[in-house]
Ligand binder design. Sequence first.
Ligand SMILES: C[S@@+](CC[C@H](N)C(=O)[O-])C[C@H]1O[C@@H](n2cnc3c(N)ncnc32)[C@H](O)[C@@H]1O
Length: 281
Amino acid sequence: MLYKRVKEALRGAGIPTPELDARLILRKALGVEEARIYAHPEEEVAPSALARTQALLERRLKGEPMAYILGEKEFYSRPFIVNPHVLIPREETELLVDEALGIIKGFPNPTVADVGTGCGCIAITILLEHPGARVVAIDSSGKALGVARANANRLCSRDALRRLKFVEGELLRPLEDGTIDVVVSNPPYVSREEYELLPREVRDFEPREALFAGERGLECIVLIVGDAPRVLKRGGWLLVEIGAGQGGDVSAMFREVGFGEVEVLRDLSGKDRVVKGKWIR
Ligand SMILES: C[S@@+](CC[C@H](N)C(=O)[O-])C[C@H]1O[C@@H](n2cnc3c(N)ncnc32)[C@H](O)[C@@H]1O
């Protein structure tokens, strides 16, 4: 049976979730429903479908993440297109979105900036979850913005698209002074040492510029925290995703530039994950 052969090949290569990955590969290659995947004797599968299965299997055996192989990753219960130009959205980032949504609930028509939008998962989720929000999504990678635009066209109504703008540029630089209610960002925050220790699946396949942020992983965050007071309206908020262990340094940066109500939030595994602060000056 094809399922069994694919699963055993994945298991033999040390892939940690061989059953799940085999099912996903077969579903992509054969386009059949779950139940039939198990029942299909290999000899009944068309040669072209077998060749597709083999090609996908080989990509996975080389360590490529399933999300790139499938071309899609779920975030906040919506399917986002992904390819190697964008980071694969992580479940932890839903905490950043939850917090941002909690804050913008208090603003009838908030203007939100998503800095380092990648596939657009944060910007598009906020836009769709808060029908009054206007969102500017910035990235320095034109190719990432291409993916974000494709996601917006796929997931957003015409009305929502009118409230969303994509800008290619450096961090907060494209934003005008005093125009934003909430700045939200999942910037690169991996230090040199952590980068070397990342699993091969991440280091060899996901874009380095989406992950690595200098010796201590703080290069982008310093610039974002430093420039946020310029673009925020009075009473606006900055929310930044951080790496485990960066909570102390980043919350100190927030306070130094004058943010109030600074808080470090932990994710479900108890790690520092988000720092938020209110611009009260
Ligand atoms: C960690 S990824 C986050 C992607 C997406 N927001 C998410 O949460 O899955 C960081 C993103 O920041 C972008 N980026 C890196 N340096 C940047 C810079 N100086 N200015 C703007 N964007 C930058 C990268 O291209 C990448 O898309």
